[in-house]
Structure formats: structure tokens, C-alpha cells
Write a protein that binds this ligand. Structure first.
Ligand code: SF4
Length: 348
């Protein structure tokens, strides 16, 4: 059955009025800032995981001005555990730009939004449609799944041809009014009905859905081509001084775990003494913990944590500073750390 865009919008909105989620924390006081923060957090992350992070983040950085004025360490600290830390660095940088260039008011124009670090076309569409109530399409992971099924669009959306078709359809279906409700409705449809295991019987767009007509919704969207991830190895040196503080160093701002605080590392246990000596720490390894794995999008990191006692009362060579810290887990400073470092401290 051919369904017009107007009929699709009406059906989705009627369903949303009855079944949509309307009490998510970022729906309480909608602003461009709240939509932006929530959309960035929700990238590659489940709603249930995001909710406590979002609440803590907004409590600490209630406005874009507060976010812009905060030290990056504090922002990364509030992101610790969420992963994909470039998101937090970009949030901070974009907040600075919004304050400097736009006097703290987000631009409503799509191009100006997309110009901000970390804001893609879908996030810009969400800010424009939800916060500014202006027509704009969104295409996050959930919406891609709904539309790929609805129109039986083949191929993995990471490739440009299917992505282009999905955007064209999203633009065609975006309404002129009730833009916020429609964007929210599409996300909800993907999150609650058109899930990987879809509940088509309750779906408001079932009459026009090609994947449903083919009786094959799970075939869409196409899967990402599988390739096995390479494995890298590292030793995390948990160097503790006699006062009980651990040596941490800050990664360079760009790249893996950029700007985060991590244990000093070396490639293999044979290099532990040399690495400690380079750090100016006179130390003895006391225990090697079992290998653990952390998986990034493009490789596995198999790491071994090594407990090391620094011998000197006042370890020389390393002073607290921009890139090194003696970190006391009993009196923790607000620093951003990746999940494996947090997990190792939790096991202390
Ligand atoms: S009918 Fe099924 S496959 Fe089609 S959009 Fe609805 S839930 Fe998804």
C-alpha cells in the first residue's frame, strides 16, 4: 500500500500521543542545551545507561556557560565510564564556541549547528526540530532501523548509498508542524517497537511497511561487514607511593582516551623496570594481575595490571603537574579516567 508522508506523520504522531515516552529527564525542561547534551550522550549508548550520567552532568553543568567555563578534567570526570570520550571533548569545545561566538545562545540554523565540533546532521536536526520546533529530519541509529525496514532499503547504513536513501526518506517524511513530537516519536518507535526483534503487530506504520510485507523485517538494515579485530597488548603500571597515592599520567588531547588520566604503560612486562626508571620512580613490582580485555571499536586491548610499590618516601622525577598526578583513591580528585582504570581502582 502506498502511504503519503502526511498519513505516515499522522499515524506516527497518533501513536506517540498514546504510547510515546514523555518523562525522560531531557524532556523535563527542553532547551537546545538539554537536547544537545542528551543527543550526544545517546550516541552509541542505551537510554538506561545515559539517564544517571545525564542527571549528574546537568546538575554540575546546568548551562552552556557553566560547561564552557569548567576545566576539561571536570567534564571528562563526569563522562568517565560512558566511553567514546571524543564526545565529551567536543561538547566542551562546542560550549566554548557557543559562548564566544553566539553569546551562549545556540544557533537555529542547521549549517551553523553542524559547524560545531561533534554535531552531525542528525544531532543538528534533533536540536532544530525539538528545541526550536523547526522542520528538520533526524537519522539516529533507531530511526535508521525504522526507515530501512519501512522502505526495505538494502545495505549497511555505514555505506554512503544506503545512507543517502535513508536521509532522502527522512527528509521526505519530516513534518512542518509538531516537529519535536515527530522526532521524539521516530526515536521512540525504533527504541520500543521497531527494535532488533520488532513488534510489528503494534506498529502504527505497519500498513505501509515493505519489510513487514516481505515478512522479513530482520533483514534490514544490512549488517556491518564483519572483520576480526586486531589485538594489542599493554601493561598498566599501578605505581603506588608510600602515602598510598597512584601515579597517573594524562594522555595527549587527541587520540585514544584523549585527555584522560591513565596508569603509565609499557608494551610488555620486560619493560617495567625501564619504564619506571624513565619516570624517575625507584620501584619494585609486587604482583601481576591476570590479563583483561577492553574492546574498542577497532581493536581489542589485552592488558595486564602490575602492582608496583615506589620505594622512596618522596619519589623524585615525578611531580604533580599538567600531565602527571599522584592520585589518592581515598581522596579522589575529579579526573576523567577510562573504564579499565576505574575498574582497577574499584578492585583496590
Ligand atoms: S512494521 Fe515492523 S518492521 Fe515495519 S516499521 Fe513497524 S515494527 Fe518496524
Amino acid at each position: 500500500m502506498t502511504i503519503t508522508a502526511q498519513k505516515f506523520q499522522a499515524d506516527v504522531l497518533a501513536w506517540y500521543d498514546q504510547h510515546g515516552r514523555k518523562h525522560l529527564p531531557w524532556q523535563e525542561q527542553i532547551s537546545a542545551y538539554s537536547v544537545w547534551v542528551s543527543e550526544i550522550m545517546l550516541q552509541q549508548t542505551q537510554v538506561s545507561t545515559v539517564i544517571p550520567y545525564y542527571r549528574r552532568f546537568m546538575q554540575r553543568f546546568a548551562t552552556v556557560q557553566q560547561l564552557a567555563a569548567a576545566p576539561l578534567d571536570d567534564v571528562l570526570h563526569h563522562w568517565t565510564g560512558l566511553g567514546y570520550y571524543a564526545r565529551a571533548r567536543n561538547l566542551h569545545r562546542s560550549a566554548e564556541i557557543v559562548v564566544e561566538r553566539y553569546e551562549g545562545c545556540f544557533p537555529g540554523d542547521l549549517d551553523a549547528l553542524i559547524d560545531l565540533p561533534g554535531i552531525g546532521r542528525s544531532t543538528a536536526g534533533a536540536i532544530r526540530s525539538i528545541a526550536f520546533q523547526q522542520p528538520a529530519a533526524i537519522l539516529d541509529g533507531n530511526v535508521k532501523r525504522v526507515l530501512a525496514r519501512y522502505a526495505a532499503i538494502d545495505g549497511w547504513p555505514g555505506r554512503s548509498a544506503p545512507l543517502k536513501k535513508l536521509w532522502a526518506l527522512a527528509e521526505d517524511l519530516a513534518p512542518e508542524s509538531r516537529t519535536a513530537d515527530f522526532s521524539q516519536a521516530m526515536m521512540d518507535l525504533g527504541a520500543t517497537l521497531c527494535t532488533p526483534d520488532p513488534d510489528c503487530q503494534r506498529c502504527p506504520v505497519k500498513p505501509g511497511c515493505k519489510a513487514f510485507a516481505e515478512d522479513n523485517p530482520r533483514a534490514y538494515p544490512g549488517k556491518k561487514p564483519k572483520k576480526s579485530l586486531p589485538i594489542k597488548h599493554s601493561c598498566f603500571l599501578m605505581i603506588r607511593n608510600p602515602q598510598g597515592a597512584f601515579l597517573l599520567q594524562r594522555n595527549p588531547p587527541l587520540g585514544l582516551w584523549g585527555g584522560l588520566w591513565v596508569f603509565p604503560q609499557c608494551a610488555s612486562p620486560e619493560l617495567i623496570d625501564e619504564t619506571c626508571a624513565n619516570l624517575g620512580v625507584d620501584a619494585t613490582a609486587t604482583e601481576v594481575l591476570p590479563v583483561a580485555r577492553h574492546t574498542f571499536s577497532h581493536f581489542h586491548l589485552d592488558y595486564r595490571a602490575v602492582r608496583i610499590e615506589a620505594q622512596l618516601e618522596q619519589p623524585h622525577g615525578v611531580r604533580d603537574g599538567q600531565d602527571h598526578r599522584w592520585y589518592d583513591p581515598d581522596n579522589p580528585e575529579k579526573l576523567g579516567m577510562p573504564a579499565p582504570v576505574v575498574a582497577l581502582f574499584d578492585r583496590q
